[in-house]
Ligand binder design. Structure first.
Ligand SMILES: Nc1ncnc2c1ncn2[C@@H]1O[C@H](COP(=O)(O)OP(=O)(O)OP(=O)(O)O)[C@@H](O)[C@H]1O
Ligand SMILES: Nc1ncnc2c1ncn2[C@@H]1O[C@H](COP(=O)(O)OP(=O)(O)OP(=O)(O)O)[C@@H](O)[C@H]1O
Ligand SMILES: [Mg+2]
Ligand SMILES: [Mg+2]
Lengths: 225, 225
């Protein structure tokens, strides 16, 4: 469902160029459960933003579900993204003056789905926030905000779920509950790709891809997920 | 240096009250190195905001360095805070349209320190960001933003360092480097209090205080930090 060839991403800042991604080749098939690891600044979020159709590469090719993404207009990209991808941002990106429930309803509004309220409430229940639906982000703890972002990413039942450090602010037990949720979605044949820096979180996945300085350093199956 | 008795913090939302802290008693002596752990939503950040003089409790007493905080005006509180405390926020709280260097200089401007530029550059070098000083937060990775927040917290050489999940977005090796920095500061007799959800990060500290539902559930020394 994801195929990239020769992917490059440069950030040009004045006379300085940061090569965030250098010639990345990767294939992820439908139903896989992949962890992306690597040092801080190695290009993980940049890679997730490209495969999540939130940013365009400087060079290289990307096929999402067999369709080449380069040729799409921004509107087509947004439409594909809303329909097929659920994205959990490293910094949550919740609307600050909006309740948790309304934040989770947002993807359903774009998709024109009818029973938004009920489906958003169910998604929040699934991440353990049934008691916090009417809180705004600044009335929630860091880990609770993170879980609202996860609920928003799964509410539209996307075929591809991308999570950038989705357990970064969760204690071990809540992190386990969230990983159980991702494992359940993967059993339903959703493709799940998570960035994490925690080895025991990565070992809930089936494959670990390690980045270093903008390149893929290794790509190994997990022995016993 | 930190003493709290009967500390309570309630959030009132319409007809609903969230008891974020319930009757917390705790003492932390100068030069201690304490980890605060506990489930998501258990009151860790609320506690850190109170002892960091960023928020006032609903009830109870707090002595910072022997001085009772209740009696202080907002201005006195801000002055004590800028002079004695370095705070690493769970969500970094960097100024978005300002470079990393200028963000780190900020506490030095409040304190009226002269050679701000040099000291801010040194603090950024210490967290491994010497090459990223002129990047703005949106031009930095999640873990790099987190490290700018750490540099800003230590640049004014505070006697008390409070970090709320300071390694939440850092890979293992960068996380180790940051913990080595905190251990070094603690060897220089700074008091360090860190919230973390990672057991191996907590074991770099000398004492683990666990929160649950707004109360302290346990308070144990670490066997071999
Ligand atoms: N401004 C607020 N208004 C209402 N409720 C709040 C507010 N801030 C926090 N809370 C609630 O108080 C409780 C404690 O929050 P706190 O941020 O201290 O938790 P935490 O232990 O830091 O959690 P995490 O590990 O997820 O960061 C949470 O249940 C949260 O929903
Ligand atoms: N908008 C930008 N402008 C300039 N440089 C950027 C920008 N965004 C990212 N970078 C740089 O590109 C590199 C890769 O960033 P990226 O966010 O992908 O790293 P990461 O692996 O997600 O790191 P972390 O684990 O810390 O989140 C970093 O060195 C960063 O400084
Ligand atoms: Mg990142
Ligand atoms: Mg918190």
């Amino acid at each position: 469902v994801i195929k990239v060839r020769g992917l490059c991403k440069d950030y040009v800042m004045g006379t300085n160029v940061v090569h965030a991604l250098r010639d990345v080749d990767l294939e992820i098939h439908r139903g896989e459960f992949v962890a992306i690891m690597g040092p801080s600044g190695s290009g993980k979020s940049t890679f997730m933003n490209v495969i999540g159709c939130l940013d365009r590469p400087t060079a290289g090719q990307y096929w999402l579900d067999g369709q080449e993404v380069q040729g799409m207009t921004d509107n087509q990209l947004a439409e594909v993204r809303n329909r097929t991808i659920g994205f959990v941002f490293q910094t949550y990106n919740l609307l600050p003056r909006t309740t948790a429930l309304k934040n989770v309803e947002l993807p359903l509004m774009y998709a024109g789905v009818k029973d938004r309220h009920k489906r958003a409430a169910e998604a929040l229940e699934r991440v353990g926030l049934g008691q916090r639906m009417d809180h705004k982000p600044n009335e929630l703890s860091g880990g609770q905000q993170q879980r609202v972002a996860i609920a928003r990413a799964i509410v539209n039942d996307p075929v591809l779920i991308l999570g950038d450090e989705p357990t970064g602010n969760l204690d071990t037990r809540t992190g386990e509950e969230v990983m159980a949720l991702f494992q359940e979605l993967n059993r339903q044949c959703k493709t799940v790709v998570l960035v994490t820096h925690e080895q025991d979180i990565a070992e809930h996945c089936k494959r670990i891809v390690r980045f270093r300085d903008g390149r893929i350093q290794s790509d190994e199956p997990v022995a016993n997920p």
